[in-house]
Design a protein around this ligand. Structure first.
Ligand code: CTP
Ligand code: MG
Length: 187
């Protein structure tokens, strides 16, 4: 396959993991996931991680994923440009969405342990926590899918494309969210 196409497929297949972050900003504002509890004098996760953000974000990412799965199946798009065969595809898009926000929460947990307040800028962690979470959970549940789309042979180009473009995309989307008044900081 054309290397540009492999790179684009890496981003395209990752859409169910990209949407939850933006959706969480729109759905957030409710009860914090840690219920306000602290650990060793600092919040476990902080007010930036809420149940409505988590559930709404996963629902949004999975919904988009299901629509894309139905479209690609309808068009009979073959591997590696799809989320897998049959029910596996639904599992993969759910794992990408949930893993994304679980990774985001692990990032928040680390930030709180480092003494950073909610919304404090943490380069690398802010841009990659959800990438690691999404790929990590999906690799755990669907190792063959992740290997064939992001690791083996020329598909490693898809992983490189993710690592290069996701931080750029993340930043652009956050600046838009900030300008719209939906996000407190532009990162
Ligand atoms: N959000 C949410 N629930 C989540 C994730 C995000 O409600 N599980 C919402 C919060 O309103 C959060 C916003 O999305 O403030 C932006 O997310 P993010 O940048 O990840 O959080 P920060 O506010 O920067 O907090 P932290 O320092 O903990 O990353
Ligand atoms: Mg942040």
């Amino acid at each position: 396959m054309d290397l540009i196409l492999v790179a684009l497929s890496g981003i395209f297949l990752f859409l169910p993991a990209l949407v939850p972050n933006s959706a969480a900003v729109l759905f957030g504002g409710g009860t914090p996931v840690d219920f306000g509890r602290t650990w060793r004098g600092k919040r476990i996760l902080g007010d930036g991680k809420t149940w409505t953000g988590l559930i709404g974000g996963v629902a949004a990412g999975t919904s988009l994923g299901i629509i894309l799965v139905l479209i690609t199946m309808g068009l009979d798009v073959q591997a590696p440009l799809n989320w897998g065969e049959g029910l596996e595809a639904l599992g993969v898009v759910f794992a990408l969405s949930l893993g994304s926000l679980l990774g985001d929460m692990v990032g928040a947990f680390i930030k709180r342990r480092l003494g950073m307040e909610r919304g404090h800028k943490a380069p690398i962690l802010d841009q990659y926590d959800f990438v690691a979470g999404a790929l990590g959970l999906t690799a755990l549940l669907f190792p063959a899918w992740v290997a064939s789309r992001y690791v083996s042979g020329e598909s490693i180009i898809a992983l490189i494309a993710l690592l290069v473009f996701v931080p750029v995309l993340h930043r652009v989307v956050n600046i838009i969210g900030f300008k719209m008044g939906k996000k407190k900081e532009p990162w």
